[in-house]
Design a protein around this ligand. Structure first.
Ligand SMILES: Cc1ncc(COP(=O)(O)O)c(C=O)c1O
Length: 386
């Protein structure tokens, strides 16, 4: 059986006519830069994320960058984030000359651990504290970071929260008073990616920033067009961070299916749980569901041994799988100047060595999940290849 890690062709097949019609509208209008499609998508995403405003941008990376710029993050400022994430979370901080401060993750959710965050902040001296400006929590794999504690810490120190919600559109966090909030609505800024592998993916690159603050919204729109307002008059230096109208048109079609697709992903996760439980594969730790709604952009398991051999065995048997992420950011070569040792974030190092993502896409069939679970079970029971 051949099971890819993601089957975008199957998804495209199911909505092909609508996509073609939507892109045709853009061709006919010949309006390719911003315009009504981008605005319509911004309105949809703002409402879906339960915020007042959204700004379409060129990628998830640029969503982070433009938010950090809007938050006035300057060279030498400290910005706390997770080392166990896609590169651009910390890359965008460093590109502004600011200093990423890595705080280790929780071993179950893989998201930044608020206790370690507090501890790390307590080790900063007064001068460093004065340069500490923001926290970038990442809602990894589609599950929200522990926002209640993070918000409390940020409030007490007057830090800006920029949520990296690139993998978490529609994900929800439940606060202790029972209130649910969506990823991207809990910080000053929420950053989304429409990279094709995301639950809502474009036909190329795209992203969105969400905010409840009108001033920030206006500012983001100005930074998005080189800092110009009015056109050709520049009070500040921005960039070309615009979302294409064509991508917006495609995303508007796909957005109509987002909840259906996400529910299918959640259902697939449930099937994995049921089948793994039936097989009793002790070596496998399944994704931990924290408070709220996990949208399963990725279904990541942790194995207690032979992760790389398992990956090879699955690939040999036609099962797509991926390592997210093999090298935590605190030990990446480009961040060597920050002086971290692997043991500074041991949980991230362990996750990088022991986790593996399995197919979870909406079109995945029950028999395919059965096959995957069977092969993993056989691997650990010594019947590799059976
Ligand atoms: C956690 C995280 N942050 C940021 C990004 C960057 O998004 P993009 O690839 O759209 O630039 C991604 C996407 O891959 C991501 O997964």
């Amino acid at each position: 059986m051949n099971i890819p890690i993601l089957d975008l062709k199957a998804q495209y097949k199911s909505i092909k006519e609508e996509i073609i019609a939507a892109t045709m509208e853009v061709y006919q209008s010949q309006r390719f830069i911003l315009g009504p499609k981008v605005e319509a998508l911004e309105n949809e995403i703002a409402a879906y994320t339960q915020v007042k405003y959204a700004v379409g941008v060129s990628s998830g990376t640029d969503a982070l960058l433009i938010s950090l710029m809007s938050a006035n993050i300057c060279p030498g400022d400290l910005v706390v984030t997770s080392p166990y994430t896609f590169f651009s979370t910390a890359g965008s901080i460093a590109r502004l000359g600011a200093i990423p401060v890595f705080v280790d993750i929780d071993p179950h959710t893989y998201n930044i651990d608020p206790e370690k965050l507090e501890k790390k902040i307590s080790t900063l001296n007064t001068e460093e504290r004065s340069r500490l400006k923001a926290i970038v929590p990442v809602h990894l794999f589609g599950q929200c970071a522990d926002m209640e504690d993070i918000i409390a810490i940020a409030k007490s120190l007057d830090l800006v929260i920029i949520e990296d919600a690139a993998q978490a559109i529609g994900s929800e966090y439940r606060f202790s008073d029972g209130l649910f909030k969506r990823a991207g609505s809990m910080g000053a800024y929420g950053c989304f990616s429409f990279f094709p592998s995301k639950n809502l993916g474009s036909f190329g690159d795209g992203g969105m920033v969400t905010t409840n603050d009108e001033k920030k919204y206006q500012e983001l729109k100005i930074i998005r067009v080189h800092g110009s307002q009015p056109k050709y008059y520049h009070r500040s230096i921005g960039g070309n961070f615009r979302l294409d109208a064509l991508q917006a048109a495609i995303l508007l079609v796909k957005f109509r299916y987002l909840d259906r697709w996400t529910e299918k992903r959640r259902e697939n996760a449930r099937i994995y749980r049921e089948l793994f439980a039936r097989k009793g594969v002790e070596e496998v730790e399944l994704p931990f569901e924290n408070k709220g709604r996990h949208i399963y952009n990725q279904f990541v398991i942790k194995v207690d041994r032979n992760r790389d051999e398992l990956k090879q065995s699955l690939l040999n048997q036609g099962i797509g799988c991926e390592i997210y992420y093999p090298v935590p950011l605190h030990v990446q070569e480009c961040f060597r100047y920050l002086g971290y040792r692997p043991e500074d974030c041991p949980v991230s190092v362990e996750a990088a060595a022991q986790t593996i993502a399995l197919p979870i896409y909406p079109e995945l069939k029950y028999e395919q999940i059965e096959y995957i679970v069977e092969k993993i079970s056989s691997f650990y029971k010594g019947n590799v290849g059976s």
